[in-house]
Design a protein around this ligand. Sequence first.
Ligand code: GDP
Ligand code: GDP
Length: 439
Amino acid sequence: MSKPVVAIVGRPNVGKSTLFNRIVGGLVAIVENTPGVTRDRLYFDAEWLGRKFTLIDTGGIEFKDETTPLSSKMKQQAEIAVDEADVIMFLVDAKSGITPDDQQIARYLRKSSKPVLLVANKVEKFTRFEAEAHEFLPLGFGDPIPVSAVHGMNTGDLLDTLVSALPEDAAADYDPDVIKIAVIGRPNVGKSSIVNMLLGEERVIVSDIPGTTRDAIDTPFTYEDRNYVLIDTAGIRRKKKISEVTENYSVVRSFRAVDRSDVVLMVINAIEGVTDQDKKIVGYAHEAGKGLILVINKWDLVIKDEKTINKYEKDIREELAFVLYAPTQFVSAKTGQRINKIMDLVEFVAEQTSRRISTSTLNNLLREWVHLNPPPSDKGVRLKILYATQSSVQPPTFIFFVNDPELVHFSYKRYLENQLRKNFGFEGSPIRMIMRKRD
Ligand code: GDP
Ligand code: GDP
């Protein structure tokens, strides 16, 4: 499912990060929590009145080149907002009125067809502001919504308006039978090369009509009678529009693609190995419960003997120890080596994320597992696992009914997960385990 994206833009010092933190701070309690992964200065998954969205502070986007002039930074931030966001919050400073920088940003935003909410920050006297609001009309976005980010004044009303401007949920993008693939990775790891090779394969038949969902252009295709869609990330097939795409920004793009996908192909450069950004995205895919395949590309550049693959495999596993379930595939988009294995693996992983285990099979085995390795007791109280059931798929989710969830230690949970995997596979798929109290 795809979450709408809301971008905050505005010249420096109007209070973008203050507003961002105010919104994020006020929402933390009700936000679906994915610890450590989506918490970031730049973007945040938020929820208001039951609507989920991703909030981006474009002012937090870092530029590789520190000497980038301010006007060019503002232009790029506005472009990113226009490209990526479903709704743009354009922040101005009520105290200083319109400045040339505000006018410059307004010019970019007016060119887009995206909804823009003009927000006047640093308002101290709301009644007096009503008389001053017309000052901002020349920007071309009507009367601003007044707020004080520092004091949290009127920010609730702002969120109400924001939520009503969000597009309808694009959840039903494609038929549920269609397997959606996101190809993720840092710039230059070879994503477009892999995609082009994949789509050029004999057994792959690309549909003539591209799938369009909102602003993205996806590529539907069939492979051995099954329907797939390749989700377009970072304009893989369009070729990058934004020249200086900065790393922390492309993470946001990747998150969005992961949200919409069933199976994530995480492309890693064999020479560079796993980067922090890779870890972040893999962590996000894991939390989001998506199928995951690690594609190690540029294998042609590695000088190898018969032990090389094992060494690489080991290094990658160490870096990404929390997704030991993800299969690896060493490929070269240059020579085409093993590219033809990718689709079979995608199909296999997609099946694994949708596997259902019957309650009777599960409980017969569970009794054995507990018998083989009885749960340890804690302060004289022993954990009792009464029974288990698989409650859902994508990802496979198991509920264990226990006498006291507090008694389930991390290591015992891991033991149960290992047993599930040993018996049922679930390669490439995360598994969720919920411990529930039952007397
Ligand atoms: P950004 O550069 O747009 O992200 O702006 P910041 O969030 O860093 O804020 C710039 C300055 O404006 C800081 O000193 C803030 O404390 C101040 N500021 C932000 N919101 C308000 C507000 O509602 N009222 C007042 N008086 N000051 C504010
Ligand atoms: P993207 O930015 O991730 O989409 O990466 P591209 O597909 O544009 O590839 C970046 C560069 O790496 C291009 O010059 C490709 O020709 C090159 N490249 C891609 N895959 C391979 C590979 O398997 N081996 C080698 N040697 N070069 C590759």
